[in-house]
Design a protein around this ligand. Structure first.
Ligand code: NAI
Ligand code: OAA
Length: 272
């Protein structure tokens, strides 16, 4: 009992590809943390597997997560980010945000966190190299670019494609479907380009960070390449993500969140 009192209480909002894996990892055990609550849009769908956990978390609506937890991990669609994060940071607590693109439409959440002593954490997620980008940003970054290639299934239905009547079903060669700023990429591809916004927030912002998106029938993995030039280093890195059960989301994303949670109370932290 004394031990559980010392633990930081964690809640998870959204039990899809990322949230379910994070819940299971928390239940297996992460030093210093305990899972206390979850939110789902269809709670009845999840009752079976939640009941099999070592300690079944409470099921509460998203607005109430901040009341019962110290850290809330958002793994939900971008449209509900504000409803999840605002009550958390208003209480001076910590929100881990996966739907990073939504932070651009809700920039005041960061001010809210500042005013109330809360914190918003953006894990590296499906991307690579944000440690190097944040370090380079302490100096001067001259340019930052992301080139994303996804299998067709990972892009179909994106608002930019619908709006511009860009057909990608049945293509046989790679097709560049977008070139522009990270801000516009996030608007046009809200479920695909969180990584572009994460890169921009780590580096030179959503208007100066350039993005290319390719629908590529020759790849089976969600592939992100970053290219950064700065006054301390020039680097480029590529990550090839195996899609999870959600073809838009790479498997490594949930693992990145779990690694991020492990670091919160770890005796040894490696990486920026
Ligand atoms: N930062 C990053 O690197 C990445 C971010 N993402 C983003 O993370 C978020 C989650 O991704 P996935 O787990 O793949 O999505 P998903 O679609 O598999 O899961 C989202 C879950 O949220 C639930 N949900 C919807 N409304 C809700 C509500 N009001 N209350 C509680 N639950 C609700 C849905 O029923 C669903 O189970 C998405 O916004 C996605 O774009 C995805 C991949 C990488
Ligand atoms: O590659 C992935 O796994 C998902 C992705 O691009 C994103 O959400 O930004």
């Amino acid at each position: 009992m004394a031990d559980s009192k010392a633990k930081t209480r964690v809640a998870v909002a959204g039990l899809g590809a990322i949230g379910a894996d994070v819940v299971k990892a928390l239940d297996r055990g992460i030093d210093g943390l305990m899972l206390v609550a979850v939110s789902a849009s269809s709670p009845e769908k999840h009752r079976g597997w939640l009941a099999e956990l070592k300690t079944a978390p409470e099921m509460v609506p998203i607005e109430q997560l901040a009341e019962v937890a110290d850290i809330v991990v958002e793994c939900a669609p971008s449209k509900v980010v504000r409803a999840i994060v605002a009550p958390v940071v208003e209480r001076g607590k910590t929100a881990v945000v996966l739907s990073v693109g939504a932070l651009l439409q809700n920039e005041d959440l960061v001010d809210l966190a500042k005013t109330h002593g809360g914190q918003i954490i953006v894990p590296t997620g499906a991307l690579i190299g944000l440690d190097a980008v944040t370090a380079a940003a302490v100096g001067t970054i001259h340019s930052a670019k992301l080139v994303t290639r996804k299998p067709v299934a990972g892009l179909v239905g994106a608002p930019h494609l619908v709006e511009h009547d860009i057909k990608i079903e049945g293509i046989t060669e790679p097709l560049r479907v977008f070139e522009g700023s990270a801000r516009d990429a996030a608007k046009g591809f809200p479920a695909n380009l969180n990584v572009a916004v994460a890169l921009s927030l780590a580096g030179i912002g959503p208007d100066r960070t350039r993005v290319e998106i390719w629908a590529d029938p020759t790849v089976t993995r969600n592939t992100h390449r970053i290219e950064v030039d700065s006054d301390s280093a020039r680097f480029s890195m590529t990550i090839e993500n195996i899609p999870s059960e959600n073809p838009k989301t790479g498997r490594i994303t949930a693992l990145s969140v779990i690694a991020c949670l492990r670091k919160l109370r770890a005796s040894l932290r490696v990486g920026t």
